[in-house]
Structure formats: C-alpha cells, structure tokens
Design a protein around this ligand. Sequence first.
Ligand SMILES: C[S@@+](CC[C@H](N)C(=O)[O-])C[C@H]1O[C@@H](n2cnc3c(N)ncnc32)[C@H](O)[C@@H]1O
Length: 248
Amino acid sequence: MSRKDKVFDSTDPVIRAFEFNENVAHVFDDMAERSIPHYKDVQEMVTTLALTFYQEGSRIYDLGCSTGTTIALLLEGLKEHGLEDYFIRGIDNSAPMCREAQDKLLKLEYDRKRVVIEEADIMDESIENASVVIMNYTLQFIDPFHREELIRKIYKGLNHNGILLVSDKTLQSHTDISRIFVDNYYNMKRRNGYSELEIARKREALENVLIPYPISEEEELFRLCGFEAVDLFYTWYNFSSFICLKKG
Ligand SMILES: C[S@@+](CC[C@H](N)C(=O)[O-])C[C@H]1O[C@@H](n2cnc3c(N)ncnc32)[C@H](O)[C@@H]1O
C-alpha cells in the first residue's frame, strides 16, 4: 500500500540536500506517481521494450531499482510470455530502497533464485551477459564526471542486440523553452496535490543533486560510448526516455 509523500511538507528553516533515505523510500511510490509525468505509462513502455529485446538465458539489470516497481512489472511480463531462463539484478545504493523492493517482490510468485536486489553503488558493479539494462530516472543522479565511464561499462556488458533504456529529467536546447517546460512540470505537480511550499523545498533540495542534461547531450553521450542506434521512445516537456541499441 503506497503511503502519501509529505517529505517536503515542512517549515523547517533548513533544507537538506535530497537523499534516498528511509523517509523517501517509505513514500517513494506515491512520490514517483505524483512527480514523474506518466510514470506508469513509461514503466509499461520500458517493460514492453525490455521484453522485446530480452534474450533467453541473459541478464536484465535495473540500475537504481528503488522500490522494485520495474522489476515487478518485468516478472509479470516474463511469466506471461512463458520466459523462465532469466536473471534479474536490481542494484541500488540506498538500503531503505532495497528493503522496500524486497518487500514488494516478496508478495509476488516467481523463482526466487532468479532475482537479486543488491545494495551497491552502480559504479562498482560489473555488467555481464546483459540483453537489457534499465536506468529509470537514475543517470540524472550520477556525477556527470562518471557518466561516460558508467555508460561505457554498460555498453561493454551488453550482448549484441542488447539495449539500454534510460529515462531522465532533461533540459531543452534553449533556456527560454526549458523555463516554459519546467513551468508546465510544476503545474502538473500542483494538479497532483503538491503545495507551493513542497514544490519550492524539493526544488532546492535537488539543486546540484539531480543534474539534467540537454536531450542532445544525453544522446551524444550514448553514441560516444558506442551505441550504434539511439532514439527517444517517450518525451513530455522536461522528461525524456531513450532507447540505445548495441549492434557491435
Ligand atoms: C529516482 S530513483 C529511480 C526510480 C526507479 N528506477 C523507478 O523507476 O521507480 C533513483 C534511484 O537511484 C539510486 N541511486 C542513485 N545513485 C546511485 C548509485 N550511484 N548507485 C546505486 N543506486 C543509485 C537511488 O538510491 C534511487 O533509489
């Protein structure tokens, strides 16, 4: 049962940098649904694309898996398609997020030895025999200095015809347009019940923690790291989802 996000509903004069701590993990599903445009639709698209490119006997990685929402959908889809020889690895460096993911998955029926949720930094983990790597709203939290190293590692660990699916908050090519898109984004948050105070406090807490790239730079990064085909599969104002295919 999803608990309501009230993390930034406070008048505490100190606004701390955003962290995926116990308080956030506890309400994360509600936070994601009310703060990420079309969160459920994107999850479904990611699952459909993952199942399209999944190769039997290979691994699926969910980097920054949070509460395991994507993994739960993947398990459902793999079952529907009668695919049984998979191995899913969810990695997150937040212990409370990993606990939430484990609790969510405990409620599902699947072969327990085929899914591992690991508390680790994705920069330290190896990627092997992967046909699908998912990074839903996680790359934006990785230090820009380390993004190229991470994407190169993912490319190396993917099999031929494997895919990387990335969703992120993005910037536009001109600040005037970025500003209008961000205004529309905050309007969406207002419609979803967040107050002006909550919006302003979260915005400040995310400053220098969530670092978005312009769409063109993010696409360029994927190409630079080897991906032969890079496309958008979803975009809504300042949010975009990319599919990156390895042909080499
Ligand atoms: C916005 S959430 C991801 C949401 C999730 N993928 C989904 O679709 O619901 C970002 C996640 O990335 C994790 N994270 C950030 N940096 C990380 C790192 N260096 N290594 C592992 N996990 C990281 C955070 O703990 C957080 O759970």
